[in-house]
Design a protein around this ligand. Structure first.
Ligand code: 13P
Length: 251
């Protein structure tokens, strides 16, 4: 059985005190959530403080990106996967559409970052998803497949066991336009079949595939009832402890 994952991507929101307050407010609200893994992703500079304050809780901490570079060196502004692991984070989001659209992320860099993350024991949450024009022109599946194949190129079976895939259609991010559960399921099924063709059925059946894009307390249940939706990557609704906890504790 695949254990669901509900992850909150805080993007570039919150000052340190606000991040700590939200994390501490969330702790008791999700303390009994044994049915899923709970992850929050603050900005780099808050990772250690938030991870320290959540120690011993059931909330894991993720970075929102990592360097393609594995070894320390002269890479001004970069943060390595090892540094992320060293401060107490366990996950890293890689290839988010905002990074692909605005910060030059490519399938090749996503692949390198994924390998870097895995080499230090982090769980990589690898994001894929098509733009509106790509969906409207009937190319959604081919775009997602290219991203997926690019991200996972050269990964071994044991690597694949430690990645989580997040399908985030770009047209649904921050727009309030959630994909219907059926639209999301259709793509999640396609992603699982693609993983199966490339890495085998056993890996495909075990891989968690999260949906992201305008997930809210009132639409999470419909999404989670779909066969191939194993959780959510939540943006806006993860910024408040109460709404994120409602998503975690979906019925
Ligand atoms: P929203 O939930 O705000 O649409 O953001 C989704 C997202 O980008 C999560 O990574």
């Amino acid at each position: 059985m695949r254990k669901p994952v509900i992850a909150g991507n805080w993007k570039m929101y919150k000052l340190l005190s606000e991040a700590v307050d939200t994390a501490l407010a969330l702790k008791p609200l999700v303390a009994n959530a044994n049915h899923c893994e709970v992850v929050i992703a603050p900005v780099f500079v808050h990772l250690k403080t938030v991870a320290d304050r959540l120690e011993g809780s059931n909330i894991r901490v993720a970075a929102q990106d990592c360097s393609t570079e594995v070894k320390e060196g002269a890479h001004t502004g970069e943060v390595s996967a090892q540094m992320i692991e060293d401060v107490g984070a366990s996950h890293v989001i890689i290839g988010h559409s905002e990074r692909r659209q605005f910060y030059g992320e490519t399938d090749e860099s996503v692949n390198k970052k994924t390998k870097a993350a895995l080499s230090f024991g982090l769980t990589a949450i690898v994001c894929v998803g098509e733009m509106l024009a790509e969906r409207e022109s009937g190319n959604a599946e081919s775009v997602v497949k290219t991203q997926l194949v690019g991200a996972t190129d050269g990964l071994t079976v044991s690597d694949m066991e430690r990645i989580i895939i997040a399908y985030e259609p770009v047209w649904a991010i921050g727009t309030g336009k959630v994909a219907t559960p059926e639209q999301a399921q259709e793509m999640h099924g396609f992603i699982r079949r693609t993983v199966s063709e490339r890495h085998g059925k056993e890996i495909a059946d075990a891989t968690r595939i999260l949906y992201g894009g305008s997930v809210k307390p009132d639409n999470i249940a419909g999404l989670m009832h779909q066969a191939d939706i194993d959780g959510a990557l939540v943006g806006g609704a993860s910024l408040e402890a109460e709404s994120f906890a409602q998503i975690v504790n979906f019925k």
